[in-house]
Design a protein around this ligand. Structure first.
Ligand SMILES: NC(=O)c1ccc[n+]([C@@H]2O[C@H](COP(=O)([O-])OP(=O)(O)OC[C@H]3O[C@@H](n4cnc5c(N)ncnc54)[C@H](O)[C@@H]3O)[C@@H](O)[C@H]2O)c1
Ligand SMILES: CC/C=C\C[C@H](O)/C=C/C=C\C=C\C=C\[C@@H](O)[C@@H](O)C/C=C\CCC(=O)O
Length: 229
């Protein structure tokens, strides 16, 4: 079992993947007589989710994801015709996980929480094959992270920069709306010289509009950000 032998788990799962990728790259690169091609490394849903019951395994799968995507970002490899991607499957019963204790409440509770987020985790092997084919036949595969469960395929995006852009957009929208409100109120009071009752109506309408805009923006941001994680 992975957790009983952390050193072996890191060596086989993570170092094995690193060495394998390095050796494959050396033989595939077109500037050294290779034919180029695509390398897909096997991570797991544990590569994006912190799986508390299996921390060492989870750490190696996060490492595989990060290592592979880091390779995909190096232009030296793109220039020699190699693309890198990771596959992140849910659960298929194999020799690897037959010993997982499904009677363990901590494990089960954790799995059920993951299931709420990712859909039904347990699937047949053919579903993983289908995901592999989807990945390898992409027009541009480099840097792709494909998560697969029984319910869905999800291309994972983890770049903080994209989330930062969304946050900046929200801040800009909120600032613009506040400025518009202030301008409207000033114009109404100073230029149009409305009476007090009308002013109250204007302020109420403007406040309602602002609240609606902010709520809509926040909902859109939450949906966009959560779909990227
Ligand atoms: N089964 C799942 O639910 C699941 C989910 C996500 C990812 N994965 C990943 O899929 C990959 C394959 O796992 P599997 O579920 O098919 O397990 P498996 O037990 O069926 O196959 C693992 C294979 O690795 C070989 N192996 C183990 N140690 C080795 C070593 N030191 N050197 C060479 N070969 C070694 C075993 O002989 C076996 O053939 C693993 O990387 C696993 O983490 C599995
Ligand atoms: C040593 C760890 C081996 C593999 C981990 C693998 O990469 C990722 C596995 C992710 C989820 C594992 C779920 C296991 C579930 C079974 O034990 C099952 O009996 C639990 C009950 C309900 C399953 C719910 C579901 O499948 O959605």
């Amino acid at each position: 079992m992975c957790e009983a032998k952390p050193k072996a788990t890191v060596e086989v799962n993570l170092l094995g993947c690193i060495y394998g990728t390095e050796i494959a790259t050396k033989h595939m690169r077109t500037d050294k007589g290779g034919k180029g091609g695509r390398i897909i490394n096997m991570s797991s849903v544990a590569g994006t989710q912190d799986m508390a019951p299996i921390p060492t395994y989870s750490a190696t799968k996060q490492g595989i994801r990060s290592f592979t995507i880091s390779y995909s970002m190096q232009s030296q490899f793109q220039q020699v015709g190699i693309e890198y991607a990771v596959l992140l499957p849910g659960n298929v019963t194999t020799g690897l996980n037959r010993s997982l204790k499904s009677g363990d409440m901590f494990f089960l509770e954790h799995i059920m929480a993951m299931r709420d987020k990712l859909g039904v985790l347990t699937m047949g092997l053919e579903r993983v094959v289908e995901a592999f084919l989807k990945l390898v036949t992409l027009e541009k595969m480099n840097g792709a992270m494909l998560e697969v469960t029984k319910d869905k395929f999800s291309f994972v995006k983890m770049e903080k920069a994209e989330i930062a852009v969304v946050v900046v957009v929200v801040v800009v929208v909120v600032v613009v709306v506040v400025v518009v409100v202030v301008v409207v109120v000033v114009v109404v009071v100073v230029v149009v010289k409305v009476v007090v009752v009308e002013l109250v109506v204007v302020i109420v309408v403007v406040v309602v509009v602002v609240v609606v805009v902010v709520v809509v923006v926040v909902v859109v941001v939450v949906v966009v950000v959560s779909s990227k994680l």
